[in-house]
Design a protein around this ligand. Structure first.
Ligand code: HEM
Length: 495
């Protein structure tokens, strides 16, 4: 082949490549969802109206810029496809992006699978005994709260759930420590510090998802700088404190004995992980670090969000006294006549039977106004490659086709022929997500919410000052709780 032919071939291939690129680029532009310019103030202050209008005018898929990213928002008709087609829409990639940890995405692959396994196999099969263990935590907290004139409901729920998670992770041994520390006069410090470390780490990691960036100038206008600074801050403060305070206790338990899988049934979350990660019966330092990361992930997934939803549910109970009678009737069967408090024995079965409270919770979760909560990242489709995709939750939850009179609060709609428990996901109810990655902790979450509501209702009647609450962040309804002044008026079944 002469040199000219070579040059000709090279030129032809460059031409072909350029032509192909132009065609595919044109295709890309043609297939690209319309980019809609929604003013940032509308996104943060009226997300439901802003996105719904844009979808109505340009849907069913639109692209909208927010905090430096071009995000795709889809209408209710595409919700199921986006949340359940794992090959095309990746949950792990989306989480890594949202948490600003894209470089570690392969780490995340196994991380999320491991946490999923931990909840599905380390928590859910032992749920009824876990609920018996943690019920007294909620009863004690409620006893303290009712003594106060007004309570910070989020603080109450956050602290109670953090303490419950410590019991769930460490089991009965926690009580042994507390007994020893009590004898040494240190119990108050140890319990409070442990809870503080857990609540701080839960809040800070939840903050990494960007929920507080909405209210910060840096977060809105320089998201990358905000993310980097927040990561550095969280690592040097709450994550470091978690390793310093919880780390030695975890290490001590993990090294206290041999862990041969199948020899005994694990009785705590920590034991479950120890059996799973031990090599030749022992836990080395790398496995210890991995287990600590799992605990961080578990606390992040389980504490903050549940506490926030508790506030939503309890505020709605306070705002709707017409439902108190039905809620209390259900609760009355499970009150110990001697202590006049919840009976922890068999609490699992009791809350499972609490159908009205369950419907109430489901109705709160449906109507509270979630917008961009569940998310995936496009994986296979090159046209949409590398973008976060959100189904607009209000189009799902407040859709008249699925929910007649959608904005009317009516827990009864989830009873009778249409009975659906609060934990049951579907294409018309995505509060706990949908598909392979639907929240594995939702039974624990709803059980905790029920126990917190019951433990307060057994002792008090809630009222909100001015009969109102304030939505703080309409774009982050589930992770940023509403604010209101809650008053607990003493109540007793025996009176
Ligand atoms: C009311 C409280 C809660 C709400 C509203 C909630 C909601 C969600 C949602 C929307 C997702 C994403 C699902 C998807 O994209 O399809 C999720 C994932 C997850 N949730 Fe929850 N969750 C709650 C409590 C909990 C609790 C208590 C735990 C742990 C015990 C937990 C563990 C997880 C985990 C590990 C994931 C990652 C997905 C997976 O592993 O399959 N969540 N949650």
């Amino acid at each position: 082949m002469g040199p000219y032919v070579k040059y000709l071939c090279a030129a032809a291939s460059v031409g072909l490549f350029a032509g192909f690129k132009t065609i595919s680029k044109r295709r890309k532009v043609l297939n690209h969802p319309p980019i809609i310019d929604i003013p940032i103030s509308d996104i943060f202050n009226n997300p439901r109206e802003a996105y719904e209008k844009a979808l109505k005018d340009h849907g069913p898929v639109i692209a909208v810029r927010r905090k430096g990213l071009l995000e795709f928002i889809v209408d209710e008709g595409l919700c199921q496809t986006v949340l359940t087609s794992d090959q095309s829409f990746s949950f792990e990639e989306a989480m890594a992006k949202i948490l600003n940890l894209r470089p570690y995405v392969s780490f995340f692959w196994s991380f999320f699978r491991e946490i999923d396994d931990l909840v599905q196999n380390g928590i859910n099969p032992r749920l009824s005994s876990i609920l018996e263990q943690i019920c007294p935590v909620f009863c004690r907290s409620a006893g303290r709260a009712v003594g106060e004139k007004t309570i910070d409901m989020f603080e109450h729920a956050h602290v109670s759930i953090a303490e419950a998670m410590i019991v769930l992770i460490f089991g009965e041994v926690v009580f042994l420590w507390l007994l020893i520390f009590e004898l040494m006069g240190l119990q108050g410090y140890v319990t409070e510090r442990g809870i503080e470390v857990v609540t701080d780490v839960a809040t800070d990691i939840a903050g990494l998802t960007g929920m507080y960036s909405n209210s910060s100038f840096l977060g809105r206008h320089f998201p990358t700088i905000w993310a980097t600074l927040t990561w550095v801050k969280v690592t040097c403060t709450s994550i470091l404190a978690f390793f310093r305070f919880i780390g030695p206790q975890v290490w001590k338990q993990l090294r206290s004995r041999r862990w041969v899988a199948g020899e005994e049934k694990p009785a705590t979350v920590l034991e479950y992980m120890a059996y799973k990660h031990a090599t030749n019966g022992t836990i080395g330092f790398t496995s210890f670090l991995w287990i600590m990361s799992m605990l961080l992930g578990l606390i992040f997934a389980s504490v903050h969000q549940t506490a926030s939803v508790v506030v939503w549910v309890f505020f709605e109970v306070a705002m709707r006294p017409e439902y108190l009678k039905a809620l209390r009737e259900e609760l009355h069967h499970n009150v110990d006549p001697v202590t006049n408090d919840l009976d922890p024995s068999n609490i699992g079965e009791a809350i499972q039977k609490a159908a009205f409270l369950d419907s109430f919770i489901r109705e709160v979760m449906r109507t509270k106004g979630d917008t961009l909560t569940t998310c995936r990242m496009t994986a296979a489709d090159i046209e949409l490659g590398g973008h976060l995709v959100y189904p607009l939750a209000t189009r799902v939850h407040l859709n008249p086709t699925h929910h007649p009179n959608p904005t009317v609060f009516r827990p009864e709609r989830w009873q009778g022929d249409n009975a659906r428990p609060a934990v049951m996901s579907s294409a018309s109810y995505i509060s706990f997500g949908l598909g392979r990655w639907a929240c594995p902790g939702r039974i624990l979450a709803v059980s905790e919410i029920k126990m917190i509501v019951w433990s307060l209702l057994v002792k008090a009647t809630p009222r909100l000052e001015g009969n109102k609450y304030r939505i703080v962040d309409p774009l982050n309804i589930t992770s940023v709780p509403p604010q209101g002044e809650l008053i607990l008026e003493p109540f007793s079944f025996s009176a």
